[in-house]
Structure formats: C-alpha cells, structure tokens
Design a binder for this molecule. Structure first.
Ligand SMILES: [Fe+2]
Length: 192
C-alpha cells in the first residue's frame, strides 16, 4: 500500500514536470532506466531495483519550483541563477518528504544526487560514504545521461567522450560503482 501511495504521489509530480519542462522529464526517464539496469547488473534485489528506478524518475522533481527562464536558459547561468538552480534537491526533498510511506532511498536520491565523493557537491557537502549509496549511484547515472544528451549549449557527446570525462573527473564519483558502471554497462555493452 505504501508503495502504491508513493508511486501515485511521485507520478503526479512527474506528470507536472513533463508539462513544465519536457527536457527534464525525458532526462528523468533516462536516469530511471539507467538506475534500473545498473541496479540489476549489481545483483540487487528486485525491491531495491524498483526503488532505484523510482528515485531516478523523481530525482529532479524539485525543478518544478524553479523559474522557467532559469530552467531553460540556453547560455551559461549567472552565479545568482546557479544558486537558484542548486536549490532543486532541497525543494524536491521538501515536496516528497510529506508523502506517507515514502522510502528513505528515494528521499536520499532526491536530496543528495549532486553531492560529490570529495565533499565539494551540494546541498550538504557530504563526502565519501556519508553520501547515501543510492545517491552515489544516482550521481553516476545522472551525469552519464546529462553528458550523453544534446543541449542548447553543447552537442551530444559520444559514449567514449562521456566515459573519459567521468573517469577523469577526479573526486566527483565513488570510484567503485563508477568502475562497475563502466565495466558492466559500457564494456558489457548494456547501453548503446
Ligand atoms: Fe539534479
């Protein structure tokens, strides 16, 4: 029952996100799919796989609260706009925290998917294992899809370019799951 309530609450939010910003909606679908495939490849139980998928779907839900001109700006963001943009994990967390029975894993993904392994991310500057494991996985899937996707300000990078950038982005990701992502999802040819 809790899961049904969670899914209903989350899906209403995701439908609203589609109306507000189709790009973020499509990105959320892609991250959800990557999370599911990656969680399965790690041998996690089906219940966890579902949580990873739901978390991916709603990780950017807080972007609903942001001004559309910031969300869809094609050029670089000013420092003021960047501050607004960086509010989306906390805003999203606030939106879903009141859903009865919402699993902690989903809250963690929503709040912490922009933390970095070296502690330089946001919103809480968590580092290493202080970042919930699900959020460390979400960070990998999130950035993989963002870099692979064409944007107003950049072309879509090839898979090799994306992996190169992620592997050389020292301090951003948990090295262990990143290694697993590359070997199982890329070398294992799961993603094309
Ligand atoms: Fe995000």
């Amino acid at each position: 029952m809790a899961e049904a309530v969670t899914n209903a609450g989350a899906l209403i939010g995701v439908a609203k996100l589609k109306d507000k910003d189709e790009g973020t909606f499509l990105h959320s679908l892609a991250v959800s799919a990557l999370m599911i495939i990656f969680a399965r490849s790690l041998g996690l139980k089906e219940e966890s796989v579902r949580l990873f998928g739901s978390g991916g779907l709603i990780h950017d839900i807080g972007k609903i609260t942001l001004p559309i001109e910031v969300l869809q700006k094609s050029g670089a963001l000013t420092s003021e706009e960047l501050t607004i943009m960086r509010m989306h994990p906390v805003q999203g967390y606030r939106m879903i925290a009141s859903i009865p029975g919402i699993p902690k894993a989903i809250l963690d993904i929503c709040l912490h998917h922009h933390e970095k392994f070296d502690g330089t991310g946001y919103p809480h500057n968590l580092g290493g294992n202080d970042i919930p494991y699900v959020a460390r996985i979400a960070a990998i899937c999130d950035v993989y899809d963002a870099l692979s996707t064409i944007r107003a300000y950049k072309r879509a990078w090839s898979q090799a370019e994306v992996i190169d950038a992620m592997l050389s982005s020292r301090g951003h990701f948990d090295p262990e799951p990143l290694k697993a992502f590359v070997s199982r999802m890329i070398i294992g040819d799961v993603i094309r």
